[in-house]
Design a protein. Structure first.
Length: 284
């Protein structure tokens, strides 16, 4: 099987696309359909409508019109999927916390990855219904792929950011698996804020290099000094990276995301897709 036909990420039996029904979701929809074709995945497409007390004042007609438009939009994605010979189930979710609706659906359907679009390059304040993407990533039971509208994933050059944590090691393992299947080259980056952190940064990337070399995967180690998110985004842009892989700290929110708010800022500003991986840790 050629790399063009091979499933890039292992165990992608079920995918969930979360869309805000805007043009900014197009990249996520396109890439999710590509994943489903390559991986023979079933996928679900969901969109959330927040319960709004104002509808009681404005009138039910407004809500009904919005609901009908949302259903029509979701059906259009199902049609695209069926034209590719794919199974797709659409769901319009209602509630006060859109992120929770998405996360709960992902858990209920036991999906292997959530795919979400991103609004422009102005940071996460405008990502999918405000802070929904941020919260989905923090609480998701699986990997989350965030795809800017114009981004296309070709798996030629993958950047993995590491801070030496178990979660970034999980991200490195995921990256190596993708590289093995797709013939990718890897750039391992650990950013030091000052010379005092350089030794630790070199240790972090050395571990990733060792992991990659065991599988004879081309890997380059970088330990620049600077603000982590700036360095990662600039490196990805300058080196034609089409996928960034990073780790997350489970359900404790983005305060403990890789190197503080770095992952949040990378997602908000990178031109390419960002795959966020969660390590499976033993229950305390």
């Amino acid at each position: 099987m050629s790399s063009a036909q091979m499933c890039p990420i292992s165990k992608l039996e079920k995918l969930l696309i979360a869309t805000d029904r805007s043009a900014f979701s197009e990249g996520a929809i396109r890439e999710a359909i590509n994943f489903a074709k390559k991986c023979s995945s079933r996928f679900y497409v969901v969109s959330a409508m927040e319960t709004n007390p104002e509808y009681e004042t404005i009138g039910a007609n407004v809500f009904q019109k919005e609901e009908e438009e949302a259903i029509e939009y979701l059906e259009s994605i199902k049609t695209r999927a069926s034209q590719e010979g794919l199974y797709c189930q659409s769901m319009l979710l209602h509630g006060n916390e859109p992120y929770r609706l998405i996360v709960d659906t992902a858990s209920e359907k036991m999906v292997d990855m959530i795919v979400i679009g991103r609004r422009g390059r102005t940071g996460l304040m405008k990502v999918l219904m405000g802070s929904v993407t941020t919260k989905v990533i923090a609480h998701a039971p699986c990997k989350v792929l965030v795809v800017p509208k114009a981004a296309r994933i070709e798996y030629k050059n993958i950047l993995v950011a590491t801070d030496g944590s178990e979660h970034s090691i999980a991200a490195a393992s995921e990256t190596i698996g993708i590289a093995k299947r797709c013939g990718s080259s890897i750039i391992a980056v650990s950013v030091a804020r000052s010379d005092a952190e350089m030794k630790e940064a070199k240790t972090n990337v050395s571990r990733v290099v060792e992991m990659a070399q065991k599988d004879s995967i081309p890997v380059e180690a970088l330990t620049p000094i600077g603000r982590a998110h700036d360095v990662i985004v600039e490196t990805a842009g300058g080196r034609a990276v089409d996928l960034i892989v990073m780790g997350t700290y489970g359900e404790t929110g983005l305060r403990k995301f890789l190197m503080g708010s770095t992952t949040e800022k990378v997602i908000g500003h990178a031109a390419c897709a960002v795959l966020v991986v969660k390590a499976e840790l033993p229950q305390s």
